[in-house]
Design a protein around this ligand. Structure first.
Ligand SMILES: *Cc1c(COP(=O)(O)O)cnc(C)c1O
Length: 431
């Protein structure tokens, strides 16, 4: 290795042993990385084409205030999103505060009292338990008389078609399909598998609304779920599509009717998409979307690198070192609180912001146990930036994601390994 580069890593606390181990792993990943680059190139062209088609111009970046009638930047951006994701319409707003809010909006606006929501892919993301009312909460779907049914995946991760068919009834209105694994130890769904599931659901009940929780999935593949038959996709702008630049926001994209329902819920009946000023953030939404394909590719390389490093060291990793990728999340199971904490401390120590603080487990709203989070991000809580988190309970699985550039993601992983190495929690001489 270039001695000057080695010196830089040393300055950041990375030892020669850890660096060499990382270099050997990286060397073995050339082909994987070329595949990730090819996908990013395709998606970059897709984004540029959508911007050109909709005549994005300097006026689009102007600040709108107050009611936001005729907010050109907002309206054009929603058409750009719609084209990127092959949707009839989209709602992309800073007034959508986070991913959970975007999902709650989609559900509360498209379901009515007496309807039933179905998850055909097992337990949904933790924060949705309160939205649905699995864990009681004010304003949940349950409080409005909307019931919930769930069909778990089979032990091998495949869809339990028999249970799904049994769960569907005359009240089943909407199926929520979570693409990413979230905090569950299952596999992330590829767009192709989501398509298979949707075909089955529509065969059972042609008018069922198929919604995909697209968080962490955007731009990981060349196709998105709407191209595989979904009616609505939902996500957060402080994850993939915000490209690290969006300081807040969420989106919905899909069939016009379902997006419109959500708009009337977000603002007010009678107002819908017509109000909601984009304030001063709209420029960052455009620029973030423009950068998103390459940002996602950096994060993906980081995830693949992490899987290969930690699998070689004997830890269980999901996805494994060779599997194809359908989101940017990498789960590593450490089996002990010490190793889990060391990993998170290493990620934190590699951050450009708050590298001097030590992450501590805490009781986060929406979760049922302590959560540890390592994040030194420019945008608070942004998980397209280098971050790691996980519920502090056996089997002590950490979910690692993000990195605005591949080099930074790489530093994060090396820094995590350094902490484990220094505390004698791993042996790295067995390359
Ligand atoms: C992050 C995430 C959410 C919730 O998003 P927040 O922005 O944290 O509220 C929902 N589903 C999945 C799969 C996620 O990854």
């Amino acid at each position: 290795m270039n001695p000057l580069l080695e010196e830089q890593y040393k300055r950041l606390g990375i030892s020669k042993e850890v660096l060499d181990f990382g270099a050997a792993v990286e060397e073995s990943l050339k082909e994987r990385f070329a595949g990730i680059d090819a996908c990013a190139e395709y998606n970059q062209m897709k984004v540029v084409a959508a911007m050109q088609k909709n005549r994005v111009s300097a006026e689009c970046f102007q600040t709108a205030t107050g009611y936001g009638y005729n907010d050109l930047g907002r309206d054009v951006l929603e058409r750009v999103y719609a084209d990127c994701f092959c949707a009839e319409d989209a709602l992309v707003r800073p007034q959508i505060t986070c991913g959970t809010h975007a999902l709650a909006l989609a559900l509360l606006s498209n379901l009515r009292p007496g309807d039933e929501l179905l998850s055909p892919v097992g337990k949904p993301y933790d924060t949705l338990e309160e939205v649905i009312g699995i864990r009681p909460s004010k304003g949940s779907l349950a409080e409005y008389g909307i019931t919930y049914a769930q069909a778990d995946l089979l032990p091998d991760g495949s869809f339990d078609y028999e249970s799904i068919a049994k769960a569907i009834n005359e009240r089943t209105k909407l199926a929520t399909i979570q693409r990413s694994k979230g905090y569950a130890p299952r596999k992330t769904l590829s767009v192709e598998r989501i398509g298979e599931l949707i075909r089955f659901l529509k065969k059972q009940k042609p008018d069922i609304i198929c919604m995909v929780d697209n968080c962490y999935g955007e731009f990981v593949e060349t196709r998105e779920p709407l191209e595989a038959g979904a009616d609505l996709i939902v996500g957060s702008l402080i994850k993939n599509p915000g490209g690290g630049l969006a300081p807040i926001g969420g989106y919905l994209a899909g069939k016009k009717e379902y997006v419109e329902n959500a708009a009337y819920r977000l603002t007010s009946p009678g107002l819908g998409k017509e109000v909601g000023a984009s304030l001063g953030v709209i420029g960052s939404f455009y620029q973030g979307l423009f950068l998103a394909p390459t940002v996602v590719s950096g994060a993906l390389k980081g995830a693949v690198f992490a899987a290969n490093i930690y699998e070689r060291l004997g830890f269980s990793v999901i996805p494994d070192s060779t599997e194809s990728r359908h989101d940017i999340v990498q789960a590593v199971t450490f089996g002990s609180r010490e190793a889990m904490t060391a990993f998170c401390e290493g990620i934190q120590a590699a951050a450009p912001v708050d590298s001097h603080v030590t992450p501590e487990p805490w009781a986060m709203p929406g979760y049922d146990c302590d959560v540890i989070m390592a994040a030194g991000a420019f945008v608070q809580g942004s998980s397209i930036e280098l971050s790691a988190d996980g519920p502090v309970k056996p089997p002590y699985t950490v979910y690692f994601q993000g990195g605005l550039t591949w080099y930074h993601a790489k530093l994060g992983i090396l820094s995590s390994l350094q902490k484990l190495y220094e505390r004698n929690l791993v042996k790295i001489d067995k390359v």
